[in-house]
Design a protein around this ligand. Structure first.
Ligand code: ADP
Length: 425
């Protein structure tokens, strides 16, 4: 409608001119009008062309009539497009943040194993860079033969377990998953902790079997002897039975320590804490210690610490008596064993100091490992299971206490349990 208005108006004026003057004048007028219209459209086309070079909402040209309509439609189109772009960008950021938060490394590979993108964890696992290494063949960057074999073998039903080349301690489990048109997702998972626990479990089972095998072998040897020699004297039988009972006791204490340890390690079992009369408990421990080495060691007890402590009586009894029993077992006759309950820098401390054989410094960090012994022979001779300090460490952990060990070879050792100030009653 708006386009035709100037045309109709022009035609009317032309007819008027034709009537008033001549056909030539009318034609000249029409020509002039058409030229004007063409110039106007050319100008608007030029403006649109200029704007399209950098189409921004703020700079859209303004116009009347048909061009006004065109520009306002363009304006709405650009606005819609901008909004969609914004939404897509937000979605992309969302996806990027989600993949970055994944607890696994994710690398997308094309059909020829070139990297398309990866999340930060994958960058860490493989030592690659999401920007620098885009479209690089992953086998050029991760060159371990087992990894290349895994990608080439084409059997992805099982995960590949391998050490990271960049981080020596890191053990990775790697899975390849297919998606879309022959694209691949490489999922890498850090299983270092799991592997460590599996190794510990295997070592533990091997250690327990080994510990039990020795007394069992001895007992079955004695049983065979008794069977083969029916006319053994009563005295000899008595001696053999005593030795068997000794091995039996060894197995018994091993099993009992194992049970204690397993119940302490059970995270489902919370600590049942109460206010303990710690001074009374230490009196008991002190007397038990004296009974362990009647007349062989000089025992003493010094108590200046608080009378009450929050904790589990049975567990603390077990921890304290393990430390005292060790002091007795690793201190030659005539030595001194000093028990102390005192406050150091606000913290209540229980310490057992002995004047025994002492421990070389490099053994100290490992003493609380299960079955770790400095001298296996001495530990066994004195009825040790190699689990005592592991039990002490666990009880300390459950009481938020800290086990401190200081020692000097040939001069003795001090084992101290440092409790939290908050546990004082
Ligand atoms: P064990 O049953 O062998 O004594 P523990 O876990 O109680 O096991 O102790 C681990 C090792 O620490 C012992 O085998 C011993 O070598 C060393 N040890 C523990 N207490 C003392 C101590 N008071 N003096 C010297 N060595 C000690």
């Amino acid at each position: 409608m708006r386009v035709t208005m100037p045309v109709i108006f022009g035609a009317l004026v032309a007819i008027l001119l034709w009537g008033m003057f001549s056909a030539v004048a009318a034609l000249l007028f029409v020509l002039l009008v058409l030229l004007l219209l063409m110039g106007l459209h050319a100008w608007q086309l030029y403006r649109m062309g200029e704007w399209l070079k950098e189409p921004r909402i703020e700079t859209i040209p303004e116009a009347e009539g048909v061009w006004g309509e065109i520009f306002s439609r363009l304006f709405r189109m650009v606005k819609r497009h901008k909004l969609t772009k914004k939404k897509l960008a937000a979605e992309l950021v969302n996806i990027e943040q989600a993949t970055a938060a994944l607890p696994e490394g994710v690398t997308s590979l094309n059909e020829v194993n070139r990297i398309e993108w990866c999340n930060p964890l994958a960058e860490f696992h493989f030592g690659i860079n999401a920007n620098r290494d885009i479209l690089q063949d992953i086998t050029y960057l991760v060159r371990q033969p087992e990894f290349i074999d895994y990608l080439q073998a084409g059997n992805f039903s099982m995960a590949l377990v391998m050490k990271s080349a960049r981080h020596q301690d890191l053990v990775l489990s790697i899975n390849l998953i297919f998606y879309a048109d022959n694209k691949r997702l490489l999922i890498s998972r850090d299983i270092t902790q799991l592997e460590r626990m599996e190794t510990m479990r295997r070592d533990f089972v091997a250690n327990v079997s080994h510990e039990l095998r020795t007394p069992l072998t001895v007992i079955s040897g004695f049983v065979e002897n008794l069977q083969d020699m029916p006319d053994l004297s009563r005295d000899n039988i008595q001696r053999v039975l005593m030795l068997m009972a000794e091995q039996n006791r060894r197995m018994d204490s091993l099993v009992s320590d194992l049970l204690t340890l397993s119940s302490l390690e059970n995270e489902q079992r919370p600590l049942r804490a109460e206010m303990i009369n710690i001074k009374a408990l230490l009196e008991d421990i002190y007397q038990d210690g004296q009974m362990l080495s009647p007349g062989r060691h000089q025992h003493s007890l010094e108590m200046t610490g608080p009378a009450y402590l929050q904790g589990n009586r049975d567990e603390l009894h077990s921890a304290f008596s393990n430390l005292v029993s060790n002091a007795v077992r690793y201190t030659p006759e005539g030595g001194a064993i000093k028990l102390r309950w005192f406050v150091r820098a606000g913290q209540p401390v229980f310490s057992v100091q002995d004047s025994g054989i002492g421990i070389e410094a490099h053994h100290i960090p490992r003493l609380t490992e299960r079955f770790y012994r400095v001298d296996l022979g001495r530990s066994r001779e004195t009825g040790g299971t190699g689990l005592g300090l592991a039990i002490v460490k666990h009880i300390a952990l459950r009481h938020h206490a800290h086990l401190e060990i200081s020692s000097q070879t040939g001069h003795g050792s001090t084992f101290s349990l440092l409790f939290s100030e908050a546990k004082i009653g």
